[in-house]
Design a protein around this ligand. Structure first.
Ligand code: NAP
Length: 519
């Protein structure tokens, strides 16, 4: 069972006491006392720290005592001899684990002292660690073998920086190929997923910080994020994986939305942020990596900027199923992988937008037939909406700053087009803004003057940050019906959830999460 371990990285006992209390309150299952953060380090000070940690909880948590070498990420440059004194003293004081670097264990003097201390301790164990803060290990499998051969009773710990998400797979493979107690994790933003699925793959521990300030390694999550956002307590070896493939991904609302709805529906599924940097080549390699490892049980993805066309191309190349309208749009935002590894691709953006329109106007999709619609913009979102509306038989006129782009989009879907200067002559029942005008921070901008809006018209702004844009405020003043971008976002996410689970998500919960997060 993977232990959620919280590093205590304090400069004195008082600070350590506060951190220990916060870690226990947050749900830590094990503490790592990073004694290299202590000022005026001594064996006595560490013994006091161990006594503090042991008495802090009703049931004492197991402790790892570490005094990291500066060369391997240690906070202070303490000499090897003092660091070994601290670790051997920690074993005598009742620490369950000490963590020492493989590289330094090769030095005979260090090794002999640690081996003697371990043989005199009734329960103490050695975690033998290797770190690479720059990049992957040259041969992670060989390094693992060296550690386990050098000291078979040790728990090997291999931690390296993943510079691309595709660098993480060899860490997953090592966990898959080995058994027993071992720790394999990746650092960095893309390595974050390894810290979460450590539990699914059976790593002996994962590390999480109390807050961002006390993180001891790049990409470390907080306990709150791991337990709340990423469903730590529910993860098991059979948990199915989902995620959003994007670059950048850090500000995506999708992990919060889907994980909350997975939890609400009590399904054994977990949703991850998947930062896939690069273009088609890197995207393809990521999906090949995923598909070659059915034991990871990735079952579906949301796909967004810049990979919507890459997703379509990949599934087309693998002769997977592609929803016909997604093919016409030239972009997908949802991928599914079934239990046999077969791929299918969908676009829920257009469906989400059409659902937002029809539910506000209280009509069925057929009610859009022959409706005069003005679409402002000719980018990706405009294309999805024009495809969906044109499929429903609406009469569309596209307005865009770059008229050539409007002309091209209009030609693809047999509609009319014009430049933005023609907006004052607008004559439509439904007006849709598919540009970023009015989006935070430019909240005082609207794509057209208020006078162009008329009573009886419906106005849909796809911008959802903020939900109440200037355009929608203008429309309200002209007593036009309004549809906000949140409805589209929520509807496309609801459609994705249905594809991921076969079940309906709670729309109220989804809307609440999206609107809370996009404040
Ligand atoms: P995109 O492909 O980059 O297209 C951007 C469009 O906005 C283009 O037509 C562009 O005109 C126009 N534009 C940008 N700045 C402008 C300005 N200052 N003046 C006039 N036109 C301007 O982007 P996209 O993927 O279609 O996304 C567009 C917007 O949709 C986003 O900003 C976001 O707010 C919204 N969105 C909503 C959802 C949702 O679920 N509600 C989902 C995704 C996106 P040119 O062709 O002349 O450059």
């Amino acid at each position: 069972m993977t232990k959620l371990t919280v590093p205590i990285a304090a400069s004195d006992l008082g600070q350590a006491r506060q951190q220990i209390e916060a870690a226990i309150a947050g749900g830590a299952e094990m503490l790592e006392l990073r004694t290299d953060y202590l000022e005026n380090l001594s064996v006595d000070l560490v013994k006091k720290l161990i006594a503090e940690a042991k008495s802090a909880a009703d049931r004492p948590l197991p402790l790892i005592v570490t005094c990291r070498d500066r060369k391997q990420g240690g906070a202070m440059a303490y000499p090897d001899q003092l660091r070994v004194d601290v670790l051997t003293g920690a074993l005598k004081a009742g620490a369950e684990f000490i963590d020492f670097e493989y590289e330094n264990f090769l030095a005979t003097e260090n090794r002999e002292r640690i081996e003697v201390a371990l043989s005199e301790s009734s329960k103490g164990r050695l975690i033998m660690s290797a770190h690479n803060f720059e990049t992957r290990f040259a041969d992670i499998g060989r390094l693992h073998r060296h550690i386990t051969t050098l000291y078979p009773a040790a728990i090997p710990k291999l931690v390296y920086t993943a510079n691309h998400i595709n660098d993480c797979f060899e860490a997953f493979d090592l966990l898959r190929k080995t058994s027993g107690e071992r720790i394999v994790l990746c650092m960095g933003e893309v390595g974050l997923i390894s810290r979460i699925i450590a539990k699914k793959l059976g790593s002996f521990v994962t590390y999480a910080s109390i807050d961002e300030k006390t993180a001891t390694a790049p990409g470390q999550l907080t306990i709150e994020e791991l337990k709340g956002l990423y469903r730590w307590d529910d993860i098991g070896s059979d948990t199915e994986l989902f995620g959003v493939i994007a670059s950048p991904v850090a500000h995506s609302l999708s992990p919060a939305v889907h994980n909350a709805c997975f939890a609400d529906s009590r399904v054994n599924k977990l949703y991850l942020p998947l930062l896939v940097e690069g273009g088609q080549e890197e995207f393809d390699l990521f999906l090949r990596n995923v598909c070659a490892r059915s034991w990871l049980s990735f079952r579906g993805f949301s796909v967004t900027i810049p990979h919507k066309a890459n997703g379509l191309n990949y599934v087309r190349g693998k002769q997977g199923f592609i929803e016909p309208l997604a093919e016409e749009i030239g972009a997908v935002n949802t991928l599914l992988i079934d239990a046999d590894g077969k791929l299918s691709a969908y676009n829920t953006d257009y469906a989400g937008a059409l659902d937002a329109i029809t539910s506000t106007l209280k009509i069925k999709r057929e009610g859009l037939e022959d409706m005069p619609v003005a679409v402002i913009g000719a980018g990706g979102v405009a294309r999805a909406l024009v495809a969906g509306l044109s499929d429903a038989g609406a009469q569309i006129r596209i307005y865009n700053r770059t008229v050539k782009k409007a002309e091209k989009l209009a030609a693809d879907f047999d509609c009319d087009f014009a430049g933005l200067d023609d907006l004052p002559n607008l004559d439509a029942k439904l007006l849709i803004n598919c540009t970023s005008i009015g989006m935070y921070p430019n909240v005082d901008e609207s794509p057209l003057p208020q006078e162009c809006l008329k009573k009886g018209m419906a106005v849909f702004d796809t911008v959802y940050n903020p939900a109440r844009t200037l355009l929608l405020k203008q429309a309200k003043k002209r007593r036009a019906k309004t549809i906000d971008g949140l409805s589209m976002f929520v509807n496309q996410a609801l459609a994705q959830f249905k594809l991921f689970t076969g079940q309906d998500a709670n729309p109220k919960l989804m809307r609440k999460i999206v609107s809370d997060l996009s404040q």
